[in-house]
Design a protein around this ligand. Structure first.
Ligand code: FMN
Length: 324
């Protein structure tokens, strides 16, 4: 399939694997890229720029296809060495960066100077327009359904995507709630040029996470996610578990007085315990409502081939048949 997104990133299929903390390691990024999508290494999961440089080199050993790096500018407990990470990206010859959180304006000249394509992930039309104005090549439009940080506007993709199409000149991909060929065709119909998936890619053979994480996603329904940290204006969609129930109790009892320190046990430093050790109640971890549409753990190649096969069939048979 050819869209402005496949052209921009030099990939075969308009499918991107969004950056995911402690999931987006070289194994997953390489598997997605080898299957014709755009795999993304999560920059901040690597504790130092030197470790990111090593992860980029590892990915390069596993694929000769394009892949990207995610740089997340979110409120974090420590302040990451962003110039160092960007240097590692440039020196590693990576040509695609997914930015998220705060707008990447400060870093755009440096990235552009090195021919790096920037796709900014955002959750509102106004932020997407800002990304376009500062020179981003594309945006990833994350609807309310998404795993991770859906923002504070709560606009689902059925409205957000066509609104983005009404306003944007640069291409965009649909993100949040995407799982299969139906998602891709719907995203294209709503004006997107492809799709970005997070949760779906965790439940794949190559995702370097504990088997219990994959099984938790397969077992979950669309009713099993919760929104946490709303009162801190740092809303995150997570899979419900004992830690999340505890966190929500604290949010309820402390109300507007809630501070980050009150919930630090449930949210800070929990990712390695969950993703690597399979300690499923260690804390709150991002997961999309799309878990309700995930029923198996295929390889990335099987998943992407299936999506493209379904999309082709939907367009040529179901939709063409209805139109004809
Ligand atoms: C476990 C997990 C961790 C994530 N970590 C990050 C991250 O570090 N940076 C980021 O920009 N997005 C992160 N995301 C968001 C994804 O890149 C993607 O935008 C989102 O998952 C799309 O929604 P979906 O899960 O419905 O596909 C994360 C998502 C998940 C599920």
């Amino acid at each position: 399939m050819k869209t402005r997104i496949t052209e921009l990133f030099g990939i075969q299929h308009p499918i991107i694997q969004g950056g995911m903390h402690y999931v987006g390691l070289a194994e997953l990024a390489a598997a997605v890229s080898n299957a014709g999508g755009l795999g993304i290494i999560t920059g901040l999961t690597q504790k130092t720029p030197e470790l990111l440089a090593r992860e980029i080199a590892r990915c390069r050993e596993m694929t000769d296809k394009p892949f990207g790096v995610n740089l997340t500018f979110l409120p974090t407990v420590s302040s990451p060495d962003y110039p160092g990470y960007i240097k590692a990206i440039i020196e590693g010859g990576v040509k695609a960066v997914e930015t998220a959180g705060n707008n990447p304006q400060k870093w755009m000249p440096l990235l552009k100077e090195h021919g790096i394509k920037v796709i900014h992930k955002c959750t509102s039309v106004r932020h997407a327009l800002k990304a376009e104005a500062i020179g981003c090549d594309a945006v990833s439009v994350d609807g309310f359904e998404c795993g991770g940080h859906p923002g504070e506007d709560d606009v689902p993709n059925f409205i957000l995507l066509p609104r983005a199409a009404e306003e944007l000149k640069i291409p965009f991909v649909a993100s949040g709630g995407m799982a299969d060929g139906r998602s891709l065709v719907a995203a294209l119909a709503l004006g997107a040029e492809g799709m970005n998936m997070g949760t779906r890619f965790i439940a794949t053979k190559e995702a370097p996470v504990h088997e219990k994480v994959k099984q938790a996603i397969v077992a979950a329904s669309e009713l099993d996610t919760r929104l946490v940290m709303r009162s801190l204006r740092n809303t995150e969609r997570v899979l419900n578990n004992a830690a999340v129930e505890r966190l929500l109790e604290k949010e309820k009892s402390l109300g507007a007085n809630l501070r980050f320190e009150d919930i630090i046990d449930e949210v800070a430093g929990v990712y390695p315990r969950i993703m690597q050790n399979g300690d499923m109640d260690a804390g709150a971890w991002s997961c999309g409502m799309v878990a309700g549409l995930i029923h198996d753990v295929p390889s990335c190649q099987e998943l992407i081939d299936r999506i493209m096969g379904e999309a082709d069939q939907l367009i040529r048979q179901r939709l063409a048949g209805m139109a004809g």
